[in-house]
Ligand binder design. Structure first.
Ligand code: ZN
Ligand code: ZN
Length: 890
């Protein structure tokens, strides 16, 4: 069943599927587009074409159809107040990382907020009815359009208007009436401009009619009426019909502002700031002309470079104007868009990596850096993040809390990119022919080489439009694990004793036994789940070696034989094993929250494993853990044990638990049932969990982290022992632990010295700057000056911190200056180059670093203003300085 067939069927009976009360009341007429024959509804007698084929398409650019102007923040306030005034609850956005669905990494539409998976079925759970939500959605398949088309974003705010028709909610008539009034009354758009186009929606086994609404060719929203289940030849009406109206907030802002692109009015002051910093001489009239053409041609061509070429031609734009205005603007739009997406994703706990959804984040950051390098833009990433959060927090106040964490992650990820560049350069230079799309995917997946980098290196001129679509398809959803199929049909669900009285000895009836498996009517044997290993013990005298859940039936695996069906058997759970596993399980919760407190908000449980005498917890974190971090995590965990905090367990309705505790409860993944079991260690750690737990943290006795390692990009493993196993570990490792603490002390000593040097540098830099600014030839404190513009030092009193900070300040005071600092670190020679604004026009810091590094036997690079490099050859330090000097003074 395709969309086309459904649309044909529905449009054949418009009174049944499309005609709403409003159309009668206001005199909307149904017409068929003279170009594409699509059906649309309008009050404008003269209108003959659908919005895609009208003359007024995109004429709002430069000439908005409203009296009032609303930017992104104000537009939401207008939408929110309208719906609240009309009986809707305004719900806060849900995380962009979709923790409640295991088939999606990111939230891609507002309706996803309310979808929960139960077995193979998707059900809807609304916290209120009707409601409206400003849901940030992430979509990566149109990445090549971002910055170029004027309206594509990698993340956008979907205004979600949702209703279930019942005593509280409404259906089609009221939905369209509200949307019409939102556009005409609240935003003040003339009724002649509003066009509703007939369409359909289908997905996940259900479908329904939909009405898209447009103003001047711009689709503002789409009201989907999810009504049927099945396929066209055989379907029935859903028990729970749903209104799913999604509208782009960015578009509401854009139509009232009439700016050349939606990017100009949706990022607060940052776009304007960057345009100014880049020194682009913007010509508003030219931009209006160009972006109107872009918008008009988007529907005509599948290929983006065709769209661009055609727009350039019909807007009459010169090569120079493209180079000086359009291309850098596209770059700035891309940068602000991508940073906004990273802010949301990182704030909600996602990390750039080479696996899963992290792929998309890494590729975006690399696009940002490549774009800046390609266009020679030197923006301060932290400043962009700050300005964006200052603006966004008017709608999303929660972003304030993670401001620092966002900066940390972006900084780490950027430096990782720079350090991998050398390897990428080698790979690129070995390419024999122009890479295909599959080559591009392989280059990125196995070597981390992004197509933007290839564009920066001029290996390809355009990124093929299918690249991002293919990549995002590869990484959109996770795969479900398959379980062995056992003949369990017709058996009732097993009564679980371990959630109730939890007896260690009990009698039960054998409902089924086959091969080595036994199913009982009730059991106190914990089945493997949530990373907790199963109970062992005896059933009818046979050893229980494994216990697994198949749906709601518990299957015991025995060794040595099995009892007969219908028999009543006596069962004994191995208490010692259970106790050990339980202590390790509660310890996992304690360590998880300790890690997040010590490391940062991005820490989530990735997976866990709890055995009788050891356990492991895999957390999401960007780097290898330092000894210091491990010590701090362990210390905090043991402090929580000492506090003797009660561990409480309560059952909640899933929606209530989410509203009360947030999505942090899903540390162990999604919960596919309606009632969730919340395990709380006061407010230190609150998780939805089905495992067994101690009564109070003191029962855990002690936690010892025995080893940590990075198991994949973005995931770190903590191996640990708790309870008796921890006590024993301490006994056998006393000597080693003592030695480790001596090493720890030495390291602290080194850290202190480094801090002290920093402190000294901070005091010294301003004084030195003052003195050296009055010298044009000579030497002060080991820093040589030549020709009033070349400054260098190889003095060993200076370290990295000094060179970076001194150099930066120096070239700021003297824009003609170049600074070259050479120093030894960990047995190699390093070079740091800064070039002032004026100096960098003639001599790029990156080129100098390259030349200097070559002499030192290594490699280096960077941008025109700042670069670094180095090599192993300590005897060539002076020669390196002389080379830099001659490059600057020649
Ligand atoms: Zn048409
Ligand atoms: Zn748990």
């Amino acid at each position: 069943m395709g969309k086309k067939e459904i649309l044909e069927k529905f449009s054949a009976d418009p009174d049944r599927y499309y005609k709403v009360k409003l159309f009668d009341e206001k005199g909307f007429e149904r017409k068929s587009c003279t170009t594409c024959h699509r059906y649309f509804w309008t009050v404008d007698e003269k209108r003959t074409n659908c919005p895609d084929h009208s003359d007024d398409t995109y004429s709002f650019i430069g000439n908005p159809p409203t009296k009032k102007r609303f930017d992104y923040t104000q537009a939401w306030k207008e939408v929110e107040s309208f719906f609240v005034k009309n009986g809707h609850a305004s719900v806060s956005r849900y995380p962009v990382v979709c923790r409640w669905r295991d088939d999606l990494y990111f939230t891609i539409a507002s309706i996803v907020d309310f979808q929960r998976v139960m077995g193979s079925k998707v059900v809807f759970e609304f916290p209120a009815n009707p409601l409206v939500v400003p849901q940030t959605c992430l979509r990566f398949k149109d990445l090549e359009n971002v910055g170029v088309t004027g309206k594509h974003f990698s993340s956008f705010c979907m205004i979600g208007q949702h209703s279930i028709p019942n005593d509280h909610g409404y259906w089609k008539d009221q939905c369209i009436d509200l949307d019409y009034r939102l556009v005409t009354e609240q935003f003040g758009i003339d009724k002649n401009e509003v066009v509703f186009v007939e369409d359909v929606w289908e997905g996940g086994g259900s479908f329904g009619s939909s009405l898209e609404f447009f103003v001047k060719g711009l689709e503002l929203g789409n009201a989907v009426f999810t009504e049927f289940q099945g396929d066209l030849s055989n379907y029935k009406t859903l028990d729970q019909k749903i209104i799913d109206m999604g509208a782009g907030l960015e578009r509401f802002a854009w139509i009232t502002m009439g700016t050349p692109t939606a990017y100009d009015c949706c990022f607060g002051p940052i776009t304007g700031n960057l345009v100014q910093q880049a020194g682009i001489d913007v010509n508003p009239e030219l931009l209006v002309r160009y972006f109107t053409e872009i918008a008009k041609n988007l529907e005509r061509f599948g290929d983006l470079s065709e769209v661009r070429k055609t727009a350039i031609k019909s807007a009459g734009i010169s090569e120079e104007q493209i180079r000086k205005i359009i291309t850098p603007l596209e770059g700035i739009y891309l940068i602000v868009d991508h940073i906004r997406t990273l802010i949301f994703a990182i704030s909600d706990g996602a990390l750039p990596s080479n696996v899963g959804g992290g792929y998309n984040l890494r590729i975006m950051l690399r696009r940002i850096i490549s774009t800046m390098n390609r266009l020679g833009l030197k923006f301060d990433m932290n400043e962009i993040i700050d300005t964006q959060i200052d603006y966004l927090k008017k709608t999303y106040p929660e972003l304030e809390k993670t401001r620092k964490d966002v900066k940390t992650i972006i900084e780490i990820e950027s430096s990782r990119y720079y350090s991998s560049k050398e390897r990428m350069q080698k790979i690129v230079s070995s390419l024999k022919q122009k890479p295909t799309v599959d080559d591009l995917i392989r280059l990125y997946e196995s070597d981390g080489v992004t197509p933007d980098y290839l564009k920066e290196m001029k290996v390809i001129s355009e990124i093929p439009s299918t690249f991002y679509t293919k990549l995002s398809e590869l990484h959109q959803s996770k795969k479900a694990e398959k379980q062995e199929h056992l003949p369990l049909e017709g058996l009732p669900e097993t009564e679980l004793l371990y959630y109730d009285k939890d007896p260690r000895e009990f009698d039960a009836k054998v409902l089924k036994s086959f091969d080595k498996y036994v199913v009982l009517d009730r059991t106190s044997f914990y089945a493997r789940g949530g990373g907790q290993e199963p109970d062992h013990g005896k059933i009818a005298g046979f050893d229980v070696v494994d216990v697994n859940k198949h749906g709601n039936i518990i299957v015991h695996e025995l060794k040595g034989g099995i009892p007969k069906e219908g028999e009543t058997v006596s069962c004994v759970v191995d208490s010692k094993r259970r106790e050990g596993v339980t202590k390790h399980h509660t310890s996992t919760h304690i360590l998880n929250s300790s890690s997040r407190n010590v490391l940062g908000s991005w820490v989530w449980q990735h997976s866990a494993f709890k055995e009788e005498d050891h356990a492991r917890l895999d957390i999401t974190h960007h780097s290898v853990l330092t000894d210091d971090e491990v010590a701090k995590i362990e210390e905090l965990a043991n402090a929580k044990i000492k506090e003797n905090i009660p561990v409480t367990i309560q059952n909640f309705d899933r929606g209530t638990a989410e509203q009360k505790y947030g999505f942090r409860i899903y540390q162990g993944g999604i919960v596919p049932v309606k009632s969730v079991r919340i395990v709380s260690i006061a407010d230190f750690d609150i998780e939805a969990c089905g495992g067994t737990h101690v009564k109070s943290t003191k029962d855990v006795e002690l936690i010892k982290i025995t080893r940590t390692k990075r198991i994949q990009d973005g995931v770190v493993r903590l191996e640990f022992v708790a309870g008796k196993a921890a006590q024993e570990y301490v006994k056998t490792h006393e000597v080693e632990l003592a030695k480790a603490s001596v090493e720890q002390a030495a390291k602290e000593q080194r850290d202190k010295l480094r801090e002290k040097r920093k402190e000294q540098a901070r005091e010294k830099i301003p004084v030195l700057l003052e003195q050296i600014s009055q010298t044009s030839e000579g030497k002060i404190d080991e820093i040589s000056v030549s020709g009033g513009k070349f400054y260098s030092t190889t003095g060993d009193q200076y370290d990295e911190y000094f060179h970076i900070n001194f150099g930066e300040k120096l070239v700021k005071t003297n824009p003609r200056a170049v600074y070259c600092g050479i120093f030894e670190e960990k047995g190699t020679v390093r070079a740091i180059i800064h070039a002032g604004e004026e100096a960098s026009r003639e001599k790029k810091a990156g080129d100098i670093a390259k030349a200097v590094s070559q002499i030192l036997g290594g490699s280096g690079g960077g941008n025109p203003r700042f670069a670094q490099g180095g090599g192993p050859d300590k005897s060539k330090k002076d020669e390196a300085i002389n080379k830099a000097k001659s490059m600057v003074l020649e």
